[in-house]
Write a protein that binds this ligand. Sequence first.
Ligand code: FES
Ligand SMILES: [Fe+2]
Length: 354
Amino acid sequence: MSDLIFASDRTVENNVHAPKCPLPAPNSWYVLCFSEELKPEQIINRTLAGNALVLYRTESGQAMAINAHCPHLGAHFNAGGKVIGENIQCPYHEFRFDTQGDCVHTPYEGCKPPPGAKNRVWQLREHNGMVFVWYHCEGAEPDWEVPNLQDDEYPRVKFKSFVVRSHPQEFNENAVDSGHLYAIHMYDNTKTLEPVTLEGPLLSARYGLQRRKGLFGAESPYAEFKTHLWGQGFNYQLSTVPQYNLFARTHVLATPTEDGFMMIHLAVSLKPLDNPEKIHPLLRLLPKAWVHKLVWAGYMKEMEADLKQDFPMWQNKTYLDKPALAKGDGPVALYRKWSKQFYHHTATENKKAA
Ligand code: FES
Ligand SMILES: [Fe+2]
């Protein structure tokens, strides 16, 4: 039996023989959950680059990310803790902590909160139905922001998550590795419509492509993708299929969790279609809302199939610091140079290195 491993939804077979990427977790914003997963007063567990966190939503609706273990005597907040108003209460001795991480209450009569009882509050942003948390290897504050893509044209994303044994840099390299599009995803006629541009933490490029002929030689539609990578944890592709007048916004997001593992979130928002009969004539007979749901589900399925085609590569490859690049690979070397900025320790060092 080979050592190859394949990811499936939320599970992964641990393979001790697979080589681990030697790069540390990049400093970036990462999606830790989606807004709808964080219900009012709910507490959920997440791991970010080896750090145990709990996320919760206060009564007023503010999303929070804090260290999972209480600074009093180390209990886990999600082992019976509660959100009480704007505070979170630890289950062990019922100390309460506010949104700054300060202990504001103990149940002991006449006892002020001990001065050292302060928890770490992680920088968090909530945009477009996604909850982002900033990771920096030395705990430095964020020196850039993820864009807020909120607009009325695109509805809130639908999403699906997977656990994969890989590293965000290896995973995001896919966005510029045009060579694998033919071999792995069966895309043909790949064209670079706009070459890679770099602006600080943003890398963007635009491609046009078409899937190789399907069964019985059926023609598949030409599609264009404008890719935006914001650091190593957030990205979106504006996808267009001109033949169908279809516009989608697709996120394929990596979040480093435990050492050598990451969570991938596939999140898709589809703009309501004007002329669904362009996809299939029978679609004009169905109510618009149904058509939207059907096409969205079909598009999501297609994206998931594409994503899963990469899993065996990511989970079994080794990281080569000096790869033997060929001309047809796409701008992999440029991507790697850009990626270096996410490993410097402080913003000042980043500026000096630029
Ligand atoms: S360990 Fe949390 S209140 Fe004591
Ligand atoms: Fe890929």
